[in-house]
Design a protein around this ligand. Structure first.
Ligand code: FE2
Length: 392
């Protein structure tokens, strides 16, 4: 996996400036392009994300657009684009993926200026090809896409769309249903987290460094991330402009089964654990999501909210939110040297306890809420207990 001549992974001190100088620029990434889920029923999944999360209908591909093997619905909210795809026949890699993993993320697509160069640079460094550079055209122009495999059955697709002005990609037509619930204020993808098996975190962190030119932004070990029962380790990898952040988790030794092991058991391998989406007004966004039926993890105890002023430290005076509203909505607060952040986690959004969403509002803070990990993981363990998956 990758060439062995690359430098060893270093724990870069906290600070984006260092990331910018450490990360290589052979793979300039403009941002996340889209996230594609392989699901059992794309029509109903799209309806759920419209209804519950306020995503807006954008594009459709299926039998009516000349697609013979699949149906895809594309929904969008501000800069976030989600694609839900399901198979039309039993003999299909899409169906096989859904059978093995349940509904989950297949493609993390990255927006690039040059999809051919992205493919060459990454495969030259050891990435396994998923899609050779492919030109697709329709009346709105043309795109180039290419792709590589990452952890598990997940892939990265590089999307070059500078010569395209259609609704989504060639082959898709605009989707304009009469049903349009309003958005809830979700803006962009802040980070996407992958779960890998014990011992594989360093391997995949190194893969992102060597193959994609990412740098290690933060590392959390099991001494920092643990509860009475379980532990995990995490390395946050970031690209050189900081727009793409991929934390990689692995389980650590604990008395009971960790949430990462539970995920790996039910997803039947590594995969995307959560998608963190940013909002400018978390109280408003979470109120709307709850009203539409999105379920969140249980509220931390009173003591957690009593300790918020201490947790804020130097940022106590700039803190504007009403603690009572945060408590009512189970929103968590953490601070680092640059500011504070507000975050909350949904329950898994599928029948299997696999992928969930995080809603995050950054008020200067660049971290991931380490001060909340204990409260968060205790809430998750409570859910695991209800599912009977905390015991080994
Ligand atoms: Fe997160």
């Amino acid at each position: 996996m990758g060439k062995t001549s690359s430098p060893e992974i270093k724990n870069v001190e906290y600070g984006l400036e260092k990331i910018f100088t450490e990360a290589k620029d052979f793979l300039p990434l403009l941002g996340t392009d889209y996230v594609e889920f392989y699901v059992g029923n794309a029509k109903q999944a799209a309806y759920y994300y419209q209804t519950a999360f306020g995503f807006q209908p954008l594009a459709y591909a299926g039998l009516e657009t000349g697609m013979r093997d699949r149906t895809s619905y594309v929904v969008a909210q501000d800069k976030i684009k989600l694609v839900f795809t399901s198979a039309l026949h039993s003999d299909s890699p899409i169906g096989e993926h859904a059978k093995k993993h349940g509904d989950g993320v297949k493609v993390i697509a990255l927006w690039v200026d040059d999809a051919r160069s992205a493919f060459e640079e990454t495969t030259e460094r050891g990435a396994i090809p998923y899609m050779e550079p492919t030109v697709e055209k329709d009346e709105y122009g043309g795109t180039v896409r290419s792709g590589i495999h990452t952890y598990g059955d997940t892939v990265h697709v590089f999307v070059e769309r500078k010569n395209y002005n259609g609704p989504f990609l060639p082959g898709y037509k605009e989707w304009k249903p009469d049903y349009n619930p309003p958005p809830v204020g979700l803006k962009f993808i802040d980070h996407m987290v992958g779960n890998v098996q014990l011992g594989q975190m360093v391997v995949w962190a190194k893969w992102y460094e060597v193959v994609m030119g990412f740098a290690n932004f933060l590392t959390f070990d099991d001494k920092q991330i643990h509860t009475k029962w379980s532990a995990l380790m995490s390395k946050v990898m970031a690209n050189n402009n900081g727009r793409i952040k991929f934390p990689i988790n692995e389980p650590a030794q604990g008395k009971k089964k960790s949430q990462i092991e539970e995920y790996l058991d039910f997803y039947e391998g590594p995969g995307v654990q959560h998608i963190a989406v940013a909002t400018d007004d978390i109280i408003k966004t979470v109120r709307a999501l709850r009203a539409r039926g999105v379920e969140f993890l249980s509220r931390p105890p009173q003591a957690y909210y009593d300790e918020i002023p201490q947790r804020l430290g130097a940022h106590k005076d700039s803190f504007k939110e009403d603690i009572q509203s945060l408590q009512e909505l189970s929103i968590l607060v953490d601070a680092d040297e640059d500011g504070y952040l507000l975050q909350v986690f949904t329950k898994p959004q599928e029948d299997r306890p696999t992928l969930f969403f995080e809603i995050i509002q950054r008020m200067g803070a660049k971290g991931f809420g380490i001060g909340n990990f204990k409260a968060l993981f205790e809430s998750i363990e409570h859910e695991q207990e209800l599912r009977g998956t905390l015991e080994r």
